[in-house]
Ligand binder design. Sequence first.
Ligand code: ATP
Ligand code: MG
Length: 406
Amino acid sequence: MNYDKIIVRYGDLTVKGRNRGRFERQMENQIKRALAPFEGLTFSKIYGRLYVHLHHEPYERVADRLKDVFGIGSFSPVVTARPELADIQEKAVGLMLKLADRPYTFKVSVRRSWKGFPHDSMEMNHLVGSPVLQAIPHLKVDVRKPDIQLKVEIQEDAAYLYNEVVEGAGGFPFGTNGKALLLLSGGIDSPVAGWMGMRKGLELEAVHFHSYPFTSQQAKDKVIALAQRLSYYAGAPFKLHMVPFTEFQTRLTQLNQDNLMITLMRRAMLRITERLAERYKAGGIVTGESLGQVASQTLGSMNVIGRATSLPLIKPLIMMDKNEIIRFSEKIGTYETSILPYEDCCTLFLPKSPSTNPNLSVVEKVEAGMEDYGELLRAAVKGTETIVLTPDKPVTIPQTGEESWF
Ligand code: ATP
Ligand code: MG
């Protein structure tokens, strides 16, 4: 196809009156970052919309990448014409000829943003439609349900012709709604929750609790692979904080509070995460919980667990069915990794009959009886190692306490 540009329309942020400028700048940055591998592209901005000039870069591949950039409402590949009748007619015929290999119906809709153009929109619909009908004899006009809508937008310095509106990922540009920590397990749910959080404009850093050597190196690698996939959507280096949880978990097991084990573990996780949030200036915690899915995700459990932190707990999947979550994880490319069989720390320490309705005062009493609780918290935070991921670099695990770039 002879498209020479892509018009990118912004999504949710059009309704954001006050912060509009900041949102648009970040939108532009994210688009340019995402498209950086296509070196031939140039960009321009007209009336708050971004135009990607393709030059000779392949439209299909650029489009594939654009589909995953948060904040984009929709985009259209366009053919540019001079804002003159003859050129618009010629380009319209050219565009339709390229599409036409079978009988179909069409409709022309012209929008004249530049009122200085000598023909109005109604007239133009006919003036553009007629030469197209002449050039393609089997074509018919259908104004109600056309196979193809040929849209023409006439501005003062150019006219744009297109027939396709591709739906974007929507949401807000990455990082425009503050920063939060994502509790990332190796499961199906939490990567989806992360994708949803980022789509809402959250800048995320992931936190993973591991119980090495009870949990394997493969389990670690799996989480790293998931975080790496999320870094693709972030369009920026993505941090994964690996928290050593073995000591804490082992100590909790010794309490012989079998059916409260998950509750105690989750509360410890939240407390550690809260400290990390302070350190990394994050204002919330995102989890992959979904109501009723397991014992720790009943209303009663979530109540007692959630009280361990005063940070807002964001649970994008809370009302979703597992099937819907699975469909999402397939769509965002995390499913295949998530279903790899390696045990994570919670599965391994899972009691036979976890409480679905733990008692808050009992839980608090058990915790208050652990004089080493604070020390265990500090040790876990101190031993946390950070890995920074980008989508295309190979992955290895750094030494404890070291922050490294891949
Ligand atoms: P997932 O598929 O995300 O593992 P799940 O349905 O298996 O979720 P749980 O294992 O009970 O549910 O975990 C609930 C949430 O707690 C997860 O979605 C995740 O946000 C967090 N979580 C669980 N285990 C870990 C872990 N080892 N490290 C970090 N976060 C975790
Ligand atoms: Mg899990």
